[in-house]
Every structure is written in structure tokens, then in C-alpha cells.
Ligand binder design. Sequence first.
Ligand code: IVH
Length: 677
Amino acid sequence: MSEKKDIISKHKKNLKLIKRHNQNYYNYDNPEISDAEYDLIKKNALDLEKNFPYLKQYNSINKIIGSKPLNKFKKIKHLSPMLSLSNAFNLGDMEDFLKKISNFLSLKKRMLQLFCEPKIDGISATLIYENGILTRGLSRGDGKTGEDILENLKTIKSLPKKIDIKDVPKLLEIRCEIFISKKDFLKISNKFANPRNAAGGTLRQKDPKETSKIPLKYFAYGFGKVSPMKFKTQHEFLKKIKQWNFTTNPLSSSVDSLEEIEKKHNYIEQIRSSLDYDIDGLVYKVNDLLLQKRLGNTSNSPRWAIAYKFSAEKAVTKIKDIVIQVGRTGAITPVAKVEPVTVGGVVVSNATLHNEDEIERKDIRVGDTVKIQRAGDVIPQVIEVDISKRIENSKRYSFPTKCLCGAETKKEISKSTKKLDAVRRCVRGYDCNYIAKEKLKHFVSKEALNIDGLGKKVIDQFWDLKIIKEPSDIFKLDYKKIENLEGWGKISINNLKNAIAKSRKITLDKLIYSIGIRHIGQENAKIIASFFGTVEKFAKIYDTSKKNNIYEGLIELDGIGETQVKSIESFFSNNMNLKITKDIIHELEINNYVGQSGKGIFSNKKIMFTGGFKNMSRSEAKMIAENNGGKVLGSISKKLDLLIVGDSKPTKKKIDQAKQLNIKIILEKDWHKMLNS
Ligand code: IVH
């Protein structure tokens, strides 16, 4: 017994030691020991792990990866944001994607030409060429601001440093994916968990000489700013840049039908393992660049592209227990604790069971043998039970009606379906410790305040030690106390201080998103922020004499409905929410929200549409109005400046109301004329 204890303690020491040496090597570029000494420590540690299989329940030496990089590169704002892609998981999702596009563009036919490329599982970067010379190279960062990794990118041999062609655009921004080939990865697999991490770690080396030791490769797949614009289709763009010596992926091609999409998908999935680089799906892009421009972007991803992921990896395991988790909106989610199993290279020990109805429908029980799947970054899920393997005397799972905090939970009636919701909720908000902790995690998350170094684990740790209880505590941390905690040192504390200081400066939409009002996601937060404009106006929401007026104004906004306004109302009728919001505002420097492009022919104009246009969907019309500085409202009021009337079935009542209020009316033909001018 005591021998076992010693061995466990030795294993833990090994883990710590290797982490430290990794950190010295990757972060500080200051190894204390030689490579050979490092290899020896690692070999001994691995032998110990092999000889005593019970050590598997602890972290494994092989899973320690190069430490999280420090803030050491210069931050630079992107010329245009680097977005992500929305995902499709089956042909039905692809059909929906095509349907949405043709609706948006108001096309009669469903299919338009798409260009298909492998989705490389690497690290994205953007390269800026001025008059053909590579002058800047940035990482993606948070999509708006990247890091200056030019010198490291320059170590990639096949990457053009100069484009020696007469007709090269004055400004050319090339988007590409950096990766390490599977073969090259084998040589350094002792240091990283997978090729993607290896590429990331290598790209963020402080010393480009270190980067140059590892053969990075890349595929160019897109463009950011280009001036003058020379390309008409994605296909033509790739062909051209290939002539300019960029590496493009040879498996790319255009597709013209759903059948072709399926065929291509099956084919590439089949040859996937024989490729020398990791791919996790195929990207489908509208080939015509003019149509891409018309389609534009939502807040996070372009409407003209989608990633069709390869089928999820599946595995069979056993449910050891079913526990519940409480989300930041109070939703109670059942989670199956399963016997650890590898699914697509990752060890899974938790899988979601979605909600009470799902457990009931599939009759999932503790002790059951189940199939689980993991698709991309999505949380693994239990998909089916193997009833033939059910143990005797197993009991149906009875779903708890109480939250982990002890309070009764409720199911609501859904406004849209008028049926009882499948999800149970704890409705205590910040008064429930479990919800409060999740709200904190949301507050610091990448999309909200984006505080580097305050990840989920740190929030759990600080919460348990009562260092943080509510968001504003983050700005009054007791660093003396933190310094004495395991895993914290001078450097990490300094980084945390810097990250927190940086996060104090945010825009109004981020504030509205970060306080975590149910039904108010990033997109709605932007609409609401542009309604208020300044934080001073927003703060009037907690002035009882003004709030009703505000709610009436909010409901007029296009995109905001009764559900959202009711949710805002209920949020601010809670005293704790009020206090927390005020405290946060007190700590932050909140800048006015400036809409996407903000200026144009509709600057500062409030616009409403009625009736349909001949060749333009309402969604496209709305996007055009907003891109040109307009604000689109959902109902007629004195505040409205323009009513745009489409030829197809406009509402007469709206036109009459607008006339009465002296609102300027613009007919369809004039709308098109305005846009063309
Ligand atoms: S197109 C979003 N094409 O996937 C803007 N992306 O999830 C259009 N990626 O950040 C992206 N291969 O790093 C595009 N052939 C490809 C790609 C690709 C890999 C990465 C890229 C992007 C991420 C989006």
C-alpha cells in the first residue's frame, strides 16, 4: 500500500517536473537542462507509467503539451476580421445551407455553384503583401486583433516573401492555414499532443531560429483585403495565386449539385487517413465572389461558406453514474459519467444526456452500455443504449426535481410552441451558487470580457477559495493570496494583472452580452447596444420612471421580440442583477458601440420595410441598410425616418400610418436607384 502511495507521488512529481521544463523551454525559451537530460527524465517517467497501469487514472506524461504561450507578440488589428465557419454535419444541413442562401439572394433555383476545399486542421494566419512584398504576418487572435508572427512565418520555405509579377494587386491579403505534416510530426510527437498543437506551439516560438527547426507547411485558401480586386470567383482566385507561387490544396474543385457534394464528401473521407495532413471536413464556398459580397457575414461567420464536418467518431462505453450540471441560465443538464474511452484521439469520461425527456425517451440507466460520439469541438454525447447488455435489476433513472443548490426547479411553457419546455431550470439566478459560478465563466469568456488566464478551472479555484464571488471581484483580486497558491508565480500573476487591466476597456455591446441576460446573445447585444448608443443611456434601464419607455423602444427593433424584452425586463427586476450590473459598470471603461460600418447613404436614419422586392430578400435589404449606416426598426413610430415599400404585397395600414406621421416613403424603384447611385 505504502509502495503504491510512493509510486503515485513519484508520478505526480514527474508530471510537475516535465510541465516545468516544458514551460522553461517553450514559454521562457530558457531550458534549465539539456535536451538529452529532458529525454531521459521523460523516458523514466513513461516507464513508470507503463509498469504501473493504475497510474492511468492520473494525468499522463504523454498528454502534457507545450505550455500555454505567454503574451509576447505585438498585437495588431486585422484589416478585416478573421471569422469562423458555421458547421454542417449531414447532407440535410447542406441542403438547409443552400436553401438559406437562395432565399437570401432571392434566387428561383436552389443550387448555385460551390467551390469545395479540404478544411485543414491547423493554425490560421493572414499574410499582407504591399506591392508584392510580404510586409506583415498575423495570427488569428480573437479574430479582430492578431499577433505579429511575421518572422516565424517567414521561416516557411514555400511561402512567397515577394510576388514578382506585374499585375499583382497593390494590397493583397492572403488567408492561409499553417500545419505540420503527419510525417514530420512523428519526429516531435514527444512534445505535443497532436500536429495542430505542434504547429501552434512552433508558430509562437519567441525565436524564429527555433521555429525554423520544424518544417511548417501551409495551404492558402482565401483573401482578406485586396485592392484593386482582380478576381471573380474563388476558383479563379486560387488558380491565380497558385501561379504566383502560393501553395493551394490540390483536392479542391467546384461542385454543382447536392449529389456531387455527397460524392465528394464520401470520397475525401475515404482517403482522409492517407493524406499527410489532418483535415476535419470540407469547406464549401459560394464560388461567385459578387454573390459572396451580397451574402455578407453574420457576426461570427460568412453566410457564403460552411464547413461540412466528417462524421463524428463513435465509441462504446459504460455509464458509471448520471449527475446533473447547472448552466448559467439555470438549465439543468444531465451528464453521464462514463468509463474513460478514447474517441478520435481524445479520452472522454463525460457525455451529455441533453435533458430529462431524452433520458426518458431512450430509457438511459446507470450501468448501461452506450454508444457515445464526439464531433469536432462539440461536447461528447450519448447516442444510444445497447439494451441487450443491460444489467439485471437496473432501475429507470429518476430525474431530480431540485437544483444542486437545493431549490425546486421549473419547466417553462415555450412561447413559440406553447408546449412545456424539455429543460428544467433553477430560477434563483445569482442566489444559486452553481449558476453564479457559471455566470462568472461566461463573463470572462472569449466572446465577453476575454480575460486571458482566467479560464474555467481558475474560476472554479478562485470561487472555491472565495477569492471571487461576483464579476466585479475580478477587478479587486487579492494577489498576495493568489501568489501563495500552487501553480501561480510572479510571471503568471503579472500576466493575469495585465489581462484584467486590458479587459476593463470594452464596448457597450460586449457589456450587454457579458452580463448574461437569457436570450441575449452576441447578435442581439449589438442590436440593443446600437439602440442605446452610450452606457449612460443604457443605465436608464434601471430607472423605474424610464424603463417602460425603454422597453417599448426595444420591442420596435428589428430582431428583438417579446421573448427578448420580457427576458431583459425580468433580468433587471432582480435586485441582485441590478447591483451586479452597476458594480461592473463602475469598474469598466465602456466605449460607445459603433455599428459594423456605420456610415453611408442611410447614416443615422431609422428605416422600416414593408412588402417584398423583386430580386432582393428582406434579409439582404436589411443588411444593405445596416451596412450603409441605417437602423432597421420593426414597427412604425414617430422616430422612423424612411418607410421603404416593396412592390409585392406591402401593408396598406403601414403606408397610411407613415403618411399620417409625415414619414418619407420610398418606393421599390427608388430604393434600387438609391443603391445603384
Ligand atoms: S475559409 C471564415 N477555407 O477554418 C472565413 N477556412 O473554422 C473563411 N480553415 O479560421 C474560412 N481550411 O483557419 C476556409 N479551406 C479552408 C480552410 C479554412 C481550414 C480554417 C481557417 C478558419 C477556420 C474556420
